[in-house]
Design a protein. Sequence first.
Length: 858
Amino acid sequence: MQRAGKGRTPRRPKKPSNIEKDPVGVYCRIRPLGGEDEECCVEMISSSTIQLHAPDGLKANRNGEYKETQYCFKKVFGIKTTQIELFEDVARPLIEDLIHCKNGLLFTYGVTGSGKTYTMTGSPGEGGLLPRSLDMLFNSIGPFQAKRFVFKPDEKNGIEVQNQVDALLERQKRDNQQSVPRTPSSRQRADPEFADMINPDQACKFEGVDEDCCYSVFVSYIEIYNNYIYDLLEDAPFDPVRPKPPQSKILREDQNHNMYVAGCTEVEVKSTEEAFEVFWKGQKKRRIANTELNRESSRSHSVFTVKLAQAPLDADGDHILQDKSQVNVSQLCLVDLAGSERTSRTRAEGSRLREAGNINQSLMTLRTCMEVLRENQMCGTNRMVPYRDSKVTHLFKNYFDGEGKVRMVVCVNPKAEDYEETLLVMRFAEMTQEVEVARPVDRPICGLTPGRRQRNQAFKDELSRRLEERGGPVNGDPVQLNQLIESLPPLPPCELSDPSDDQTLPRLMEVLERRYRIRQKMTEQFNQTANNMKYTLQQFESQFSSKENVLHDQRSKLGEKDKVIANQRTEIERLEKKSKTLEYKIDILQKTTEMYEQDKRSLQQELEGREQRLQKELAERRRMEQRMQGMVTDTKLKWERECERRVNAKQLELQNKLWVKDEKLKQLKAIVTENGGASGGPAEPPRKPERPSRERDRNVAEKRSASPTPLSTVPPVHPMHRRSHSAGGEKWVDHKPASNLDLDTVMQPIIPNAIKVSTPNEKALSKCHKYVLRHQELASDGEIETKLIKGNVFKTRGGGQAVEFTDIETLKQEDPTAPSRKRRSGSREGPAQTDDIENRPPVANISSSHGYQKRRRP
Ligand code: ADP
Ligand code: MG
């Protein structure tokens, strides 16, 4: 309900949370197939359920994985449903609500060709919901309609009430003005094109109309195309030379936050025919515009609004109560939406494609609004509903936010080509059913006693009946005239029978004189009253002329204001144009942004993918490293063990060799002693070397330390190790047997101050303190091994010379290129090792597995 108390359609106060709500009523209508042999993919399986089957072609494409889907609605209307049946169920309650001051919204939704227009408008002989609604409305309020212009739209979405005289003046004014659209006369002959839209046999009527009210109906008709609003009832002067494209309208919010189309023509209509004629005029204009501007008609939304203004009669039941706060306005919006199919289907191009995009956009916004509304209602969220994103939804805002009834007829064409689009329509329809709209409350009662109109009518009827009885109304009141004559002095009898009668005449004269005086008095009174009247009239006239002056002033002021308005209007037009270009730019920018965002998303995805791969590779590498480290440790351990084993083997072998050498040395000693004529101490019995062991080593050392002190003849031996004295200042006997080969190696022992001999002789020995024997032999690996056997020379008591061997130096020469050569030590020694000189202990005293320790023999 809307109350135009302040001359506007007011917004309802904030509703308490416990307000009653009704879901949006969604109905489904299936139209018959175009041809008998067409494939049908929609089946009505109950009065509220339909089932969709995928068409055969589609099934094959998708490997038959498509299932049947079922959708439930408030009611389903099959192909045989008549227009009147549909009207009774869908629109009748909305008209009843309209009369009860409650708002309503009814729209058809579906693919192009599914029967939206057929359902809303109908075809000749088969009027749709719109003509039937108008018919029911006028059938119901017909006798209670107010005179034209008693209700008057105020250009701000409100309706004012004015008295009958003002209404009459306005009527005359309008009739004289040609530019203002003339309300068609209700008695005109109907256009044959829509003449039989409503069959009088099927007339509907609502019986619950409040007879103590006066009603007026206003209709407006707009088209929304490409998100621009056009007024289809506007009477723009037509210029055949330069036809101007239609001007679009803008949406405004009235002071009660209701949306309305600013400056939209609202035509007051008094009958079904008149209303439908107005509708048809708009329809024609729409068709012409579509043809001239090459538009696709299925892509525009049309909105036909029926506004009902009502106000109670005064206490007498004769006139409308001149109280603005008692004017109620309700409206019913009948909307035929654009086809819901995707753009691709219409094969539009260029600007048509962009327009189509906008239209799709508006239906998409409608879907989004429904989704958000549903989510807000179901989850208690407070997401903003994007009504403003399109003109259609912006216009519908009040219906979803305010209170009223919202109904949707989903039209379905069961043909196979529409199957996929129909699926989308069904999903939207199912979702819309879950949106709830506040139930409108009943309007308050005005407080005057009911039945006023009837009583007044009865009174009028009675009066006219009585007047008829008296022979009709006369000029001047006869009763009053009689009373006046009766109030005058009665005339005496004036019959003269005697000439000498001198009484009758004087009596008559006296009465007549009295009557004359009374008459004169009355004339005087009359003149006085007339003068008074004249004076009053004069006063009135002067007042009137002063009022006229004021009026004149006001008129000139009005002219000025009109000029200002005209200026502002041009400014508004300029701004509108600007806003349109800006909207277009925003559109383009939005699309660009979308493109960039998509790019960004794909790049981000790629980045993430690469990062994941990198992480995987890193993890793999770490695992590999660990494995390699394990392998290195294992190999190291293995080789260490192997080295130890080889070193031990080598030690044993060397000890064996040493033992052999010792034997040889002893023999050599014997020879030397023989040659020198002197002899050293008895040779130690040869010891078979054993596998070295620390334990044994220690024992040997202990044993040695425990041995008795040598005799004074035994030359003193430095207990400490000495590498070689060959480089020192002592004199040496360099014994180099003639069999020795000359090796040109770098690492030759050079002994300064040496007496070189091939066979040692006493003379040489007597001059020296030190003795060295160069002994060459073939080593086990085929190399030549030079040994420097060193000793100290002592004078024996007998005057001879004795040599005590103290040290053996081994010089080995290897050929790096020799293929048969074996590596001699662990794997970590390079194969290119050529020379090495080792100090060999004379006795194999190996103390550790890692190397030799030189020991001096006592
Ligand atoms: P839309 O407005 O959805 O594009 P129309 O209402 O123009 O579709 O319908 C297309 C055609 O189908 C029209 O010729 C109309 O007469 C016909 N039609 C639609 N619905 C029905 C129906 N229920 N019964 C008979 N004919 C129908
Ligand atoms: Mg249509």
